[in-house]
Design a protein around this ligand. Sequence first.
Ligand code: C5P
Length: 247
Amino acid sequence: MKTTEPDQVISQKEVLVALDFPSYEKTKQFLKELGPYKPSVKVGMELFYQEGPRLIHDLKEAGYFVFLDLKLHDIPNTVKQAMKGLARLGVDMVNVHAAGGRPMMEAAREGLEAGAPAHTDKPLLIAVTQLTSTNQIILEKDLLIQEPLDKVIVTYARHAELSGLDGVVCSAWESKMIKTATRSDFLTVTPGIRLAGDDVQDQKRVATPSKARALESDYIVVGRSITKAANPAAAYETVCKEWSAEQ
Ligand code: C5P
């Protein structure tokens, strides 16, 4: 087993660890288990709705890169005002559903620009194109969208780009297709990452960290492969090493 106190601590900004925990206490305990590592983190609805801005404030004060994954989707004015508040929290990345439409995405960007503290960059703004839990059947039968899923994903990514967003959340396997259709620095943030041999659980289109890198992901989101590992620090180190290895 690898040591949790390596000589050389490797942390990768682009490796976002999903803090899918029900409470602040459990989150603190997990971050402590990572020993010397200080990962970039993703805080989703589960944790934010319980612990809110206090947790974000503490993570930022401790120096963490924070992706606040709340997937906003509402009328443009409401999203704009909400984004002003999220920008004031000092987070580094936030997101919306592209299905909210271009006016809503533009309003989100304006809200972030207005709310970002003076002399700081606005947080990166990312769009969810289609949830990875959506398949062609759900698209057609529930959402009444008759186009192929890939076409919907690329079109929504283009709308996000035209609305001034920085990138999209997508599967690693969709990354190249999106990069081909958008500007070269348009970001792809990809969940569904598993180390070789790990249980895929409820994820469908998984990739290893090195495969995601080869498929041109800019950021990867890793949850259970690290949080449920017997040795989370060793798992985090393995993910970072795979991610940063020469392709
Ligand atoms: O544990 P696992 O690595 O599957 O966690 C993936 C994380 O990425 C979870 O927080 C999940 O909510 C999030 N996510 C996802 N698929 C998306 C968007 C977000 O798995 N399309």
